[in-house]
Unconditional design. Structure first.
Length: 198
């Protein structure tokens, strides 16, 4: 995994990119960048690990369904100035891959915000796009399903692979690849030299 190569290709695709040695540095930088805004946060173990909700809400209006009423927070988060999430995988070739169950996170990376920030630990960076899709489906999604204690084949079998199940509790219902920021929206990727999130 080469963060410099990933950063170069992300920039070529139109993303802004920052590289940080630690999650603490990334959180402090982001806390300085986002001030006096409305902020939506997608489901993210990385965001939780960095304490960004508590940092940002001291001087922003922040909506996060992990900390507030789930339905109301999801709806409010879709209408914010800034959206903050991670990625299930990011390829050195410049693609960002996310899987979602409800759709609030992936939809917010596509439309409606002035700026989207992706906070990504080094463990999510793969060499190729194909490996990024594989990681999202076979590493991140089963871990999230296990975290939610759902009864899907990947959880029941203690597996780290997707069975492409048709379970009503399936948490991986959509896969989105970003090849660049959406028109009319800025997107910035914070790459961190630490393992963070699922």
């Amino acid at each position: 995994m080469n963060l410099e190569k990933a950063a170069k290709n992300l920039k070529l695709a139109g993303f802004s990119v920052q590289i940080f040695d630690t999650g603490t540095e990334a959180a402090e930088w982001l806390n300085q960048q986002v001030d006096g805004k409305t902020v939506g946060i997608g489901g993210s173990a990385t965001v939780k690990a960095l304490g960004l909700y508590d940092l940002l809400r001291t001087h922003n209006t922040v909506y996060w369904h992990w900390e507030q009423d789930q339905d109301e927070a999801r709806l409010n988060a879709m209408k914010t100035d800034v959206y903050l999430c991670s990625a299930n995988a990011l390829a050195e070739t410049g693609e960002i891959v996310n899987i979602d169950g409800k759709g609030n996170r992936v939809s917010s990376t596509l439309f409606g915000h002035e700026k989207v920030y992706f906070v990504v630990g080094q463990n999510k960076v793969t060499v190729t796009y194909e490996e990024a899709v594989w990681r999202a489906r076979n590493v991140a999604a089963p871990k999230r399903a296990a975290q939610f204690h759902v009864k899907t084949p990947c959880v029941a079998n203690g597996s780290t692979r997707c069975f492409n199940c048709k379970s009503p509790e399936r948490v991986c219902r959509a896969l989105v690849t970003l090849w660049g920021p959406m028109m009319g929206s800025e997107a910035e990727v914070l790459l961190i030299r630490e393992d963070l999130g699922l």
